[in-house]
Design a protein around this ligand. Structure first.
Ligand code: BMA
Length: 974
């Protein structure tokens, strides 16, 4: 992976105009006041911001994320908020034009300058610019140069729009209603009105930077731009000819006055500032808002950009210069770019593919630089209910976890906000493909002309803003539109309703959004809905080239992507329940966060599974309205987790109530991981089956508060069990069991996503739980060849036949694979190793024994060593106390007696000055049922185990830590 450390420079450079007679005054800063006469508030404020954040900083409200403040702070969403600037200095009256430029106003804003009305806005996702020259000319002195932006209440305005006469309605159940209703009428982050993993704050405010720009005559300001890099002849959605030269198409969006005869040129440099290519742009085309041109760069001039683990993340800077006919600079834009092609390949299965055993139908996978690859990843949700406080550092820490978790793709889910540039910048550097979506989800939307025009503007702005990033993988119209929304209509409201709403769906998601992508970019594919069965036909001689397939399916053929949820925990290990498609874009089950995280947002007295606070923070299932007593729905979600634990695992039984709560939280995470392991292994095995399955993106990467959700990473960055086990199952070469509980058929497969065939050696060993090897008559070792991005069966048996002499509750199978090979685009030979475990009965029924776990820490090697001494240790778990975010190199693994594992770690943040090391504990499934004697895990006690012994230099620290543990335990009791 390439790291540049130049991210911020890049962003700044992209915005800086290079012209002497321009003045650009940033409005960011703390010189603002937030007020609402209705609630008698007037406090210092910031830009960018959202009202809740300023109110919290001023002490007017408590932490919005604490306990049930979400409910008690609804008045904030129902109020009108005005952001007022201090007098803006430096505005000269001799500029020929003066403009306000906002990169994002959330959402219904009325803007005034010098006390005079300027304009109103109604779309969180658009950039707005307004000329205020006349107002400035008639304004008094500098003290009057005051900007005020008044934000109306989004929930109230949404209700007003919904109740307008003649407004569109939909049948009951079509709008997935979380908390505030009517989100589909407004262009604002849809999850701001509530979702099943988050709170509903409906925040308001200037959430993105803003500027005042003054221009001289015949001057322009470039407010946005697009750079599109593609192979000559390339068409969206079709694999291009990789031998063609690159085309660079650049288009600048400006305001001001473009003089006649202006020219465009480009300079492409590498990151060391060495010019790689330069010249004039040809085929110039200008309007009163854009100026466009293109150049051709021969193939081989540049190195390709690749996703993480598939090659290097080669990046370049491109500067586009706009000059007058007399060669003086009008503007210049620099963006960091990469050269790659990425295509969502939905072409029909070819004869050659059929001959390889691939089932007929259509492909549905991504090709990077002409290569198919296995997409491994998860779904990204807004990392905070308040985007204005999401720092680049937080995104970078998440992306570090994504890459450390062996993921190469994120689906940036459709009902948050369009990702900020910094997110794409970081994804470019880390090699993470971002499947990006327009912000529509789990509803059908209005199609009146004003709404469509508004959407088109929003789409154009964002498509053009981010297109140059090599990490941009796809545009999708929205979330669960065809597979959920149109299905609901079809199932409950009949063919007439289906025809009407399908036509409306096409008006918005095909006729409006597709051209917003295809008329701006040749390099990016578009699909109207995640999830879908893909296109049925593609013909670029039609103005709208795609015809969706919907349910025009042929028996025996396979199409499209899958989305799968089943909250009956019996689904675990039931292969026949899982969908067989070409790609899985979401699947999952929720789990509780850790005790350490709960403590950040919930009072100590509420730390129990069914406390009102914990219960009501479970929004699965959502309240479906504004009631604050969603006990029945929340209980159903909580029950799904507890029933899963009771069905499959030893039930936690600790005497200390907080330790018991913690053990339950942990148990729900083990079930979640078990289920995702099973599903990821199933989807990945499909790469070698007729469905030629080429992607697994689970739901969901991370949390935006502390609550029971599908996340693998908690709000502060701590990894749940899931992120560790997904990392393991996303290794390149994996071995995994597939078991039919009813018939006893066990089959073991090796799956590889490497781009060349590898020969592998697999081993099998049977044990009882005490770790004694069993004389089971099956193969113990064998060699296999696994094809490129493929899977191979390496063992097949019927447990009842082979294990007839044994009690199945006392049998475990350990399987390993070792393969030599290379990563794509690398000559280095690597040994890939993976191991896995199979137990024929539920772990609840297994004859677990105390594995006698021990833990040591070496200060010199900075490694922990975990050892099992007296039995097979299942789900070994290294844990650590509050105040730090640490990722162990491996966790949630299994150990045989007399086996030990060294575990390194990465510290992501630490307020304990290294003290977290002394809080590390180790446990396994066995410990879940052992009673607790002292304290609680989160404060560093050992959950019923004696604190782990340390060796070497760390021993000194350890003795200090015993005191710290005691102090913490006493504090917890007081
Ligand atoms: C899918 C997602 C989200 C949702 C998740 C869990 O529906 O697309 O809308 O949060 O599952 O229910």
């Amino acid at each position: 992976m390439l790291r540049l450390g130049q991210t911020f420079l890049t962003v700044a450079a992209a915005l800086l105009p290079l012209s002497s007679s321009q003045k650009v005054i940033p409005l960011s800063g703390s010189d603002w006041t937030l007020s609402d006469p209705g609630s008698n508030v007037s406090i210092p404020a910031n830009l960018p911001s959202q009202a809740h954040l300023d109110l919290y900083a001023a002490g007017t409200i408590d932490d919005p994320l604490f306990a049930l403040n979400e409910f008690s702070q609804r008045w904030v969403a129902n109020s009108n908020w005005t952001y007022t600037s201090a007098p803006i200095s430096g505005l000269s009256s001799n500029g020929s034009s003066t403009w306000l430029l906002f990169n994002g106003l959330d959402t219904f804003a009325s803007i005034s300058f010098c006390g005079k009305y300027v304009a109103s806005t109604d779309n969180q996702f658009r950039q707005y610019w307004f000329e205020i020259s006349e107002i400035l000319d008639s304004c008094g002195d500098e003290a009057d140069h005051v900007l005020a932006v008044n934000f109306g209440s989004a929930p109230e305005i949404a209700n007003q729009i919904a109740s307008q006469p003649g407004q569109e309605t939909w049948p009951r159940g079509v709008e997935q209603l979380y908390e505030f209703p009517n989100r589909q009428f407004i262009r604002k982050e849809q999850s701001d009105f509530g979702w099943d993993w988050g709170p509903a704050f409906a925040p308001a405010g200037p959430w993105q930077p803003a500027w005042i720009v003054q221009l001289g005559t015949e001057k322009v300001y470039v407010r946005n731009s697009i750079i599109d890099i593609y192979r000559q002849g390339q068409l969206n959605l079709l694999p291009p000819d990789q031998s063609q030269p690159w085309v660079v198409n650049a288009s600048l969006d400006y305001f001001g006055q473009l003089p006649d005869g202006a020219t465009l040129s480009y300079t492409l440099t590498d990151l060391q500032n060495k010019t790689v290519s330069s010249g004039a742009l040809s085929d110039l085309n200008s309007t009163d808002a854009t100026v466009t041109g293109s150049a051709t760069i021969p193939d081989g001039t540049v190195d390709l950009w690749w996703p993480s683990q598939l090659g290097s993340q080669n990046l370049y800077y491109i500067t586009i210069s706009l000059k007058s006919s007399s060669n003086s600079s009008l503007a210049s834009v620099t963006k960091r770019v990469g050269f790659r092609t990425i295509v969502l390949n939905e072409t029909p299965i070819s004869d050659a593919q059929l001959a390889q055993g691939i089932a007929p139908g259509n492909n549905w996978h991504f090709d990077i630089n002409g290569h198919e690859f296995y997409a491994k990843g998860s779904n990204f949700i807004p990392p905070d209910p308040f985007w204005a406080r999401v720092t680049p550092q937080r995104i970078e820490q998440l992306f570090q976890s994504v890459v450390a978790g062996n993921q190469n793709m994120l689906r940036v889910w459709a009902s948050g906000a369009y990702s900020p540039d910094i997110m794409y910048d970081l994804a470019d550097e880390y090699g993470i493909l971002l499947w990006s979506e327009f912000e529509f989800g789990d509803a059908l939307y209005p199609v009146d002309q004003a709404f469509l025009d508004n959407v088109r503007q929003e789409a154009e702005y964002n498509v053009r803003r981010v297109n140059h990033h090599p990490s941009l993988a796809l545009w999708a119209g929205g979330n669960e539109l065809e597979n959920l929304e149109l299905e609901i209509v079809s199932e409950y409201y009949g063919p007439e309703a289906l025809a009407k709403y399908t036509a409306e769906y096409e008006t918005l998601f095909i006729d409006t959004l597709l051209p917003a992508v295809f008329e701006n970019s040749r390099s990016i594919s578009y699909t109207p809905s995640s999830t879908s069965n893909g296109w049925q036909s593609l013909n670029f001689s039609n103005p709208i080239p795609i015809v969706e397939r919907y349910n025009n399916l042929t028996n025996g053929s396979i199409y499209g992507e899958t989305d799968f949820y089943n909250y009956d925990p019996i689904v675990l290990y039931n292969n026949s329940a899982l969908p067989v498609g070409r790609f899985s874009n979401e699947f999952g089950y929720h789990s509780m966060p850790s005790l350490q995280s709960w403590r950040q947002q919930v009072a100590e007295v509420d730390l129990s599974f069914n406390s009102t606070t914990v219960l009501l923070r479970d929004h699965h299932y959502p309240a479906g309205g504004l009631n604050t007593s969603n006990v029945a729905n929340s209980s159903a979600g909580q029950a799904q987790m507890t029933e899963a634990v009771e069905l499959w695992y030893p039930t936690p039984s600790k005497t200390d109530p907080v330790a018991n709560f913690s053990a339950w939280c942990h148990a729900t995470q083990i079930f979640q991981s078990d289920l995702y392991n099973f599903e990821i292994a199933f989807y990945r095995r499909g790469s070698g089956l007729p469905n030629r399955q080429l992607g697994s993106l689970y739901w969901q990467l991370e949390d935006q508060w502390v609550a029971p959700t599908w996340a693998g990473i908690e709000y502060d960055g701590r990894w749940k069990v899931l992120h560790y086990t997904a990392k393991d199952l996303y290794e390149h070469v994996i071995i995994a069991p597939y078991y039919n509980v009813t018939t006893g058929d066990l089959s073991v497969w090796v799956t590889s996503d490497l781009w060349e065939a590898v020969s592998s050696t697999v081993t099998f060993a049977w044990y009882d739980w005490s770790g004694t090897q069993l004389a089971v008559n099956t193969s113990l070792s064998a060699d296999f060849n696994v094809g490129a991005i493929n899977s191979t069966e390496v063992l097949q048996l019927v447990t009842t036949e082979v294990l007839g002499n044994y009690n199945l509750t006392n049998v475990v199978l350990h399987m390993t694979v070792e393969a030599e090979g290379s990563l794509p685009n690398s000559a280095e030979t690597i040994t890939f190793r993976h191991d896995n475990w199979f137990h024929p009965t539920a772990l609840k029924d297994a004859q677990l024994v105390d594995p006698g776990l021990g833990l040591t820490y070496s200060n010199s090697s900075k490694n922990f060593t975990v050892t099992a001494s007296s039995g097979v240790a299942a789900w070994v778990w290294l844990d650590y106390g509050a105040g730090a975010v640490v990722h162990f190199d491996s966790n949630a693994f299994w150990l045989l007696p007399n086996q030990s594992r060294e575990v390194g770690f990465t510290v992501q943040s630490d307020t304990t000055n290294g003290g977290w090391i002394d809080t590390v504990t180790v446990q396994s499934l066995w410990d879940q049922t052992q009673s607790t004697t002292v304290g609680s895990i989160g404060n560093g006690s050992s959950d019923g185990n004696t604190p782990a012994p340390y060796t070497g230099a760390a021993a000194v620290k350890a003795s200090v830590s015993v005191l710290a543990l005691l102090a913490a335990a006493i504090a917890a009791l007081l």
